[in-house]
Design a protein around this ligand. Structure first.
Ligand SMILES: [Zn+2]
Length: 198
């Protein structure tokens, strides 16, 4: 009884992170209520998201290339310190950049270890991280994952993997509440956590 076009859109939204079928249905009906121009605008912006944005080939930060460069503005900035801050996801990098309290380079790991999964490492960019560390030889690696249980276990794992490189490895200090998220931390908290790294 639900038209197949609506069903299809519900299915698409249901696959989005954190969206269940009920919300997906509301999204589909919301779109149905929009005029055609607005729907086209949404479609166009989705297409340009894929067409115009690249992932930085060093840190994996999404960026808009001006020509055909493969490296984002942060990684291209020669004035940046040669420290490597490992974050879980894009939004952590963006938040840290907003605060302007960190002057080094980043690496987006792409998640945390999920011990409940058959393949706990999932899509974690562990091999890529090793390559960046070998190539850059940073003077310090800052593990800046969220201090949740899984985040801490992931940092333990990464620290072990990177130990053979004999580079100073630190973690954000106190200030970030246990279980807290970098993405939502205020400027002062991030500054303190960076200063207190050990
Ligand atoms: Zn980059």
């Amino acid at each position: 009884m639900v038209p197949k076009q609506i069903k299809k859109v519900i299915k698409i939204f249901s696959d989005f992170p954190t969206v269940g079928e009920r919300t997906a249905t509301r999204f589909a009906l919301y779109l149905l209520g929009l005029d055609e121009k607005s729907v086209k605008e949404i479609c166009d912006s989705l297409v340009s998201l894929k067409k115009e944005i690249k992932l930085c080939s060093f840190c994996f930060n999404p960026f808009t290339p001006l020509k055909d460069e493969n490296i984002c503005l942060i990684c291209r900035d020669k004035k940046r310190e040669q420290t490597l801050c490992v974050v879980e996801r894009e939004t952590d990098l963006w938040r840290m950049e907003e605060t302007k309290k960190y002057q080094g380079l980043y690496f987006i790991l792409g998640g945390e270890i999920d011990f409940l999964k058959e393949n706990p490492l999932g899509k974690l960019r562990v091999e890529e991280l090793k390559k960046r560390v070998e190539g850059l030889k940073p003077k310090e690696i800052i593990l800046a994952l969220n201090p949740t249980r899984d985040g801490i276990l992931t940092m333990d794992f990464i620290a072990k993997i990177l130990k053979p490189y004999e580079i100073k490895i630190t973690r954000l200090g106190r200030g970030l509440p246990t279980g807290g998220e970098i993405e939502y931390a205020d400027e002062e908290t991030i500054e303190k956590a960076l200063e207190g790294r050990r």
